[in-house]
Design a binder for this molecule. Structure first.
Ligand code: F6P
Length: 367
């Protein structure tokens, strides 16, 4: 019998459970015998004493494809290369490399291969573990759709749908009150969710990190939507958006082991900036959609893509193709070296067709 260990790491993402189910169901149908285990909270389950491991069999994964979150939990803090340890003497947190110990433990447990489902940061860890001799396969995951080695990631379309539903709701209240609404959506340093939701929801303005905005152009667009104080408008702003010659709205997290910048709050910056630049045609309200974009059931598209990724990940393990990540290259599910998958972000190209489409229906990017 061969044994696979599955880990989900980074922010949760609709479709994670469908990937897990895809791996388990494919393994159960194989001509060889496999056991699939899940490490609780990414690699913490292996590193904790006692370990926290969950057996993932067909019974455990039955019906999880439509559940949000991940049945084996996740974390976006620490990890085997930076395990936080509190130094009582200095009163500071220190970060310890426990990767070799973890690989030894996995071998002791009879784990033949690891499937790591995670985003950019997680796949960096996968590559380092692979270089240390661990047989590992990556599965890309992020609602932000910011990985360059795959056409799409599961979870993104669900996030876009949730953001679009939010616009549909804001439109009616905006029109009723003659207000401008600013909807802030996630995406970190990329504007994919904002761009797609702005087109799908019929927004007037879309602000994304890849196109720094001129607030005066945004105000001109808004004013054109009002006549004698009547009118309404929707601005969709990606959390990483910034003005020309300005910076993104983020701060350093105080959470132990949290390495990324904490985003959020740009809606208030945009609100303040448009008023300072002379927008006085109507009231302005801000809505930050936040983690609602990651919760709840994945839409059908993401369930399909996630299932394809899970089945492909199992097949890579079976064929011994380690150090690779599953990838979607329309219409195929392929694999790429983990080294291709990390460090290269997938940004919105300001000259792309999709931006042209948005501009074609009158969406203002402030450029
Ligand atoms: O990367 C996914 C994501 O949801 C980003 O869009 C967002 O900036 C970040 O994670 C939020 O992270 P956390 O859940 O740690 O607040």
């Amino acid at each position: 019998m061969k044994r696979i260990l599955v880990s989900t790491s980074g922010g949760d993402c609709p479709g994670l459970n469908a990937v897990i189910r895809g791996i388990v169901k494919r393994a159960a149908q194989d001509d060889e015998e496999w056991e699939v285990l899940g490490s609780i909270q990414a690699y913490n389950g292996i590193l904790w004493e006692p370990t926290e491991i969950k057996l993932l069999d067909e019974k455990t994964v039955a019906g999880i494809h439509y559940q949000g979150g991940t049945i084996i939990e996740t974390t976006n803090k620490g990890g085997p290369f930076a395990w936080p340890v509190f130094n009582k003497r200095t009163g500071e947190w220190e970060y310890v490399d426990r990767s070799e110990e973890m690989i030894r433990k996995l071998r002791f447990m009879g784990v033949d291969a690891v499937i790591s489902i995670g985003g950019d940061g997680s796949q960096r860890i996968s590559q380092k573990l692979f270089e240390q001799g661990l047989d590992i396969v990556g599965v890309p995951k992020t609602i932000d759709n910011d990985l360059s080695a795959t056409d799409l990631t599961f979870g993104f379309q669900t996030a876009v749908q949730i953001a679009t539903d939010a616009i549909d709701k804001l439109v009616t209240t905006a029109a009723s009150h003659n207000r401008t609404f600013i909807l802030e959506v996630m995406g970190r340093h990329t504007g994919w969710i904002a761009l797609h939701a702005a087109i799908a929801g019929g927004a007037e303005v879309c602000l994304i990190p890849e196109i720094p905005y001129d607030v005066n152009k945004v105000v001109a667009k808004l004013k054109s939507r009002y006549h004698k104080g009547r009118g309404s408008a929707i601005i969709v702003v990606a959390e990483g958006a910034k003005p020309i010659a300005g910076t993104e709205t983020s701060h350093t997290s105080t959470e132990v082991g949290y390495e990324n910048a904490r985003m959020g709050g740009v809606a208030y910056e945009v609100s303040r900036a448009i008023k300072e630049a002379g927008f006085d045609s109507g009231d302005v309200r801000e809505t930050i959609l936040g983690h609602l974009q990651r919760g709840g059931i994945p839409i059908a598209y993401d369930r399909v893509l996630a299932t394809q990724f899970g089945v492909k990940a199992f097949e890579l393990v079976k064929k011994g193709e380690f150090g690779r990540m599953v990838s979607y290259r329309h219409p195929d599910i392929v694999s790429v070296p983990l080294t291709d998958a990390i460090g290269k972000m997938h940004y919105v190209d300001p000259d792309s067709d999709i931006v042209e489409t948005a501009k074609g229906v009158g969406i203002c990017f402030g450029d």
